[in-house]
Design a protein around this ligand. Structure first.
Ligand SMILES: Cc1cc2nc3c(=O)[nH]c(=O)nc-3n(C[C@H](O)[C@H](O)[C@H](O)COP(=O)(O)OP(=O)(O)OC[C@H]3O[C@@H](n4cnc5c(N)ncnc54)[C@H](O)[C@@H]3O)c2cc1C
Length: 553
């Protein structure tokens, strides 16, 4: 997609302005990107369009990216108070829509406006017209109405957004991170070469039989919680667009029950729900009796129910994402990328012995723990966290209608196998070991009291999670450590041109993959990011270098 028109609507209201703009949007190749602040978003039932209603998020705070009409139209529904939302928007806005009774800071609007941006303010006060004028909006009254139309005319020269011309990228790694990157890039018209050292996708961390998906909750709605909420909900929408969990790929949205560890934790869980008052289909508290009824067996403390959570077979999801790429994707498998070299504005990716595998202006490292072996990523503080999942034969444990977790998880049977796990180990033993299995089974006995499968045969799978010290993903341009001088802010961090990372998905690759890929593509395209600026900063691969330098300075 070449051109994009960005509209900022100060109040989504009942969505009528968005729906009218969408309906009238010409099919001329231009993408519509509609940013809508929604202090009070309408419930799904009040949305007229079936397409939009099907993708409507539960009304929880944060940015919700909704892709419509095959991605031709993007709606960012930004739920929250306008004063807190506005500073979190990073976008180059072409048109502002200010319904009556909205009054966003004119200086904050000017920060986002492109030269010549248009603005319609419905029935603004005289004061506000002055404020807009002082901020650089040249205002004119609309005949026979109380409305004002304005054009943003900056006195300061504006940095031109560099036009991106060469949409060719190499993605290294065909796990969840790489497959999602390919899907998003190809959807935006990129030609992608995917390099993978195995003959098939999803052979390493993404090779488990079943991974679970659910968001995090916390009392203070901290950054990991906010990120996991945005990622979980975006993943649900993306999976629906791909054809649906359990339809286009193997899995089930059967729900996840996160049991409280003890009475004190049960109280914390209840307090969190009471504080945030989530829609019940997002998260709710189940007292012990209700949790027990759902599980089909007694459980002492109750827990959180995530109705829309569940499990997915990651390899089948990777296959579905790669299939969605169509002819724009070229797969080079059984090829290991060992070196990267920037030559004439292209990255040359080479195998052992120096053979050229592929070259392109943009490279995305989505190769998990393998990234540490590449010189340009060697200084990122990534570690490999061993995890062992235990496989139990169906019937050896009570059958479960949903995923249940506490300090570990247990899935319903998938193709005759129940997965229980997983361990967190700091060694690099690739083979199954009895001690890890005992740990998993001890935790299983805590989740399902009275279940004893201690003598189950040693079975399962070992994988290595790629984890950063803060356990958050790295999504964005990779820092150039060698050329870093004094650093005050993230934007001071020098970057390797055209080199990006989608790394560090740790224990939550399923939910991170779609949103991180969307964020990266937004950055490459110069489009508004799908997340608040503070959350984008929390994912910036340059954050560790900045922290290190700040400590040293
Ligand atoms: C035991 C265990 C249980 C887990 N449970 C869950 C869960 O329940 N829910 C959940 O969401 N997540 C879970 N995770 C985490 C999840 O599996 C990961 O976050 C996710 O798979 C990471 O995907 P990735 O694409 O980043 O990495 P990977 O799947 O490891 O993919 C990286 C790919 O890059 C390739 N590669 C590496 N280096 C090179 C190179 N130089 N050249 C070419 N190719 C290269 C590798 O072969 C691999 O295919 C679990 C992980 C483990 C280990």
């Amino acid at each position: 997609m070449s051109a994009r028109h960005v509209i900022l609507d100060a109040d989504f209201g009942d969505g009528s302005h968005f729906c009218a703009t969408w309906a009238a949007w010409p099919d001329d190749g231009r993408a519509l990107h509609y940013l809508a602040i929604a202090p009070q978003a309408p419930a799904a039932a009040r949305i007229a369009s079936a397409q939009l209603r099907g993708l409507w998020p539960p009304l929880v705070p944060g940015f919700h990216r909704i892709l419509l009409d095959e991605g031709r139209v993007t709606l960012d529904l930004m739920i929250g108070a306008p004063d807190t939302v506005l500073p979190q928007i990073e976008a180059r806005v072409d048109a502002f829509h200010l319904p009556a009774s909205t009054r966003l800071s004119a200086r904050a609007l000017a920060r986002l406006a492109v030269q010549g941006a248009s603005l319609l303010a419905q029935a603004p006060s005289e004061d506000y017209v002055w404020e807009l004028t002082r901020a650089g909006f040249v205002c004119k009254a609309v005949a026979d109405s109380d409305d004002i139309r304005a054009v943003y005319t900056s006195r300061q020269p504006q940095a031109a957004t560099p036009a991106l011309v060469d949409r060719r990228a190499i993605v290294i790694g065909a796990g969840m991170a790489g497959a999602a990157a390919c899907e998003r890039l190809c959807a935006h018209g990129w030609e992608v070469t995917l390099i993978e050292r195995h003959a098939q996708p999803a052979q390493e961390a993404s090779g488990n039989l079943a991974g679970i998906f659910m968001p995090l909750l916390s009392k203070d709605d901290n950054i990991p919680t906010r990120l996991s909420r945005a990622a979980f909900l975006f993943a649900l929408r993306q999976w629906r667009r791909l054809g649906g969990v359990g339809a286009a790929f193997s899995g089930a949205r059967c729900g996840v029950l996160q049991l409280a560890r003890d009475a004190a934790h049960a109280q914390v869980q209840q307090d969190v729900i009471a504080t945030w008052n989530y829609p019940t289909d997002y998260a709710r508290w189940l007292a012990a009796a209700d949790a027990g009824a759902l599980l089909g067996r007694a459980t002492p403390h109750g827990g959180w129910l995530f109705e829309q959570g569940g499990w997915i077979h990651p390899a089948s999801l990777c296959a579905a994402m790669l299939a969605a790429c169509g002819a724009r994707l070229q797969r080079i498998f059984s090829a290991e990328a060992l070196t990267l070299e920037r030559v004439d504005e292209q990255w040359q990716v080479r195998a052992a012995g120096g053979a050229l595998i592929a070259q392109a202006p943009t490279v995305v490292l989505a190769n998990g723990t393998g990234a540490r072996a590449l010189a340009q990523a060697a200084e990122l503080p990534l570690s490999a966290l061993r995890g062992q999942v235990t496989h139990l034969a169906e019937g050896s444990v009570p059958s479960l209608p949903l995923v249940v977790c506490r300090e570990a998880y247990v899935t319903p049977a998938v193709d005759g196998i129940v997965s229980a796990g997983a361990t967190y180990d700091n060694d690099d033993e690739p083979l199954l070991r009895a001690a890890s299995q005992h740990e998993n089974l001890a935790r299983l006995a805590e989740i399902l009291e009275g279940v004893d499968v201690a003598d189950a045969p040693l079975a399962g799978r070992v994988g290595f999670r790629c984890a950063a010290p803060d356990r958050l993903p790295l999504a964005g341009a990779l820092p150039d450590h060698a050329n870093a001088g004094r650093l005050e802010r993230l934007r001071d961090v020098p970057r390797h041109p055209g080199l990006h990372g989608l790394l560090g998905y740790a224990s939550r690759g399923l939910i991170w993959a779609p949103l991180m890929a969307e964020l990266l593509v937004s950055q490459l395209e110069g489009a508004p990011p799908p997340l608040e600026a503070a959350l984008v900063a929390a994912l910036d691969p340059g954050r560790f270098l900045l922290k290190q330098r700040r400590r040293a300075q």
